[in-house]
Design a protein around this ligand. Structure first.
Ligand code: ATP
Length: 144
C-alpha cells in the first residue's frame, strides 16, 4: 500500500479524511514528515502549518495543539483542538480575535488570577491562522 489513510479530528468534527502520499506535521520536537510504512509513533502536535500531499496536490492546514498517532497499518490520526484548511480561513475574523486577546492580555497585567498561558495560546492560535491564511491567499493570487 503506497498511501496513508489520514484523518484530522477536532472535538467538533472530522476536518480532513483522505488517502494521501505524504504528511508534514509541526510537533514539539520539530517538523515530522510521514511517508507510507512509517514506524508507529505518538507525538505532540504544536500550533503551526500542516502540509498534506495527495492526488489533489499539496494542501495546507492550520493546526493548533494536539496529538498525532502513526499506526503500523499506514493509518495516521491527529486529534487537535482546532484545525482549518488554509482556503477556509477567515483572516479578518482571526485578526479581530487576536486583537481581542491582546487587549485582554494588556488589561490582565493589572489583575490577579489571570491565566496568561491560556491567553497566550489564543494569541498564538490566531497568529497561526493569520499567517497561514495570508500565505495561502498569496500563493493563490500568484497562480491565478
Ligand atoms: P472567534 O474568532 O469568534 O474568537 P474562536 O477563535 O473562539 O472564534 P474557536 O473556538 O477557535 O473560535 O473555533 C470555533 C470554530 O470556528 C472552529 O471550527 C474553528 O475551526 C473555526 N474558526 C475559528 N476561527 C476561524 C477563522 N479565522 N477562520 C475560519 N474558521 C475559524
Amino acid at each position: 500500500m503506497n498511501t496513508i489513510h489520514f484523518k484530522i479530528a477536532t472535538p467538533e468534527k472530522i476536518i480532513y479524511e483522505n488517502d494521501v502520499f505524504k504528511i508534514s506535521i509541526p510537533t514539539t520536537t520539530g517538523e515530522i514528515t510521514i511517508l507510507p510504512h512509517h514506524i508507529p509513533l505518538v507525538s505532540i502536535v504544536q500550533a503551526g502549518e500542516l502540509k498534506v500531499t495527495s492526488k489533489m496536490g499539496e494542501q495546507i492546514i492550520a493546526v493548533s495543539s494536539g496529538f498525532v498517532e502513526i499506526k503500523a497499518n499506514n493509518e495516521v490520526i491527529i486529534l487537535a483542538d482546532n484545525a482549518e484548511r488554509a482556503e477556509l480561513i477567515d483572516i479578518e475574523r482571526a485578526e479581530k480575535a487576536r486583537k481581542r486577546a491582546e487587549e485582554e492580555m494588556a488589561k490582565a497585567r493589572s489583575q490577579e488570577n489571570v491565566d496568561y498561558a491560556k491567553l497566550q495560546a489564543v494569541i498564538d492560535r490566531e497568529m497561526n491562522r493569520i499567517k497561514i491564511g495570508k500565505k495561502y491567499k498569496k500563493i493563490n493570487i500568484k497562480n491565478n
